[in-house]
Write a protein of this length. Structure first.
Length: 126
């Protein structure tokens, strides 16, 4: 009983760690994140402008991160589309080759039948 419980625990731990693996997408590292200092700390224009500057810097960092992620998504879409196009071309070539082989086989069968019909005394090919 203890062995099966340990085995279940180990399997679940292994499964959860594989699910928790990184997807390779970098996390955003926009620091420092602005925090609202409160009305009492925003008494002068200098303090307000400093707070607004923190917000602008954080926003620019986040927008830059989003732009980078969108570019990465676009690159992945282009690559996956190219792979799908290549696959479709390969499959089309295989289909075309198969149809040509079938047509050649049909011609060969028709030729054999033609030989048999036109020359009934000819020896059969085995």
């Amino acid at each position: 009983m203890k062995r099966s419980a340990i085995a279940v625990f180990l399997l679940s731990a292994a499964a959860s760690s594989s699910w928790a693996q990184s997807t390779g997408v970098p996390e955003q590292k926009c620091e420092p994140k602005p925090t609202y200092p409160g009305l009492k700390n925003l008494k002068s224009d200098v303090e307000v402008k400093a707070f607004e500057a923190q917000i602008r810097a954080y926003k620019e960092c986040i927008l830059g991160y989003i732009t980078d992620r969108k570019a990465s998504v676009k690159a992945h879409e282009v690559a996956s589309s190219a792979a799908a196009d290549e696959h479709n071309k390969v499959m089309e070539k295989i289909r075309t080759d198969q149809e040509a082989s079938r047509a050649d086989a049909e011609k060969a069968r028709a030729s054999e039948k033609k030989d048999t019909v036109t020359n009934p005394g000819a020896p059969k090919k085995y």
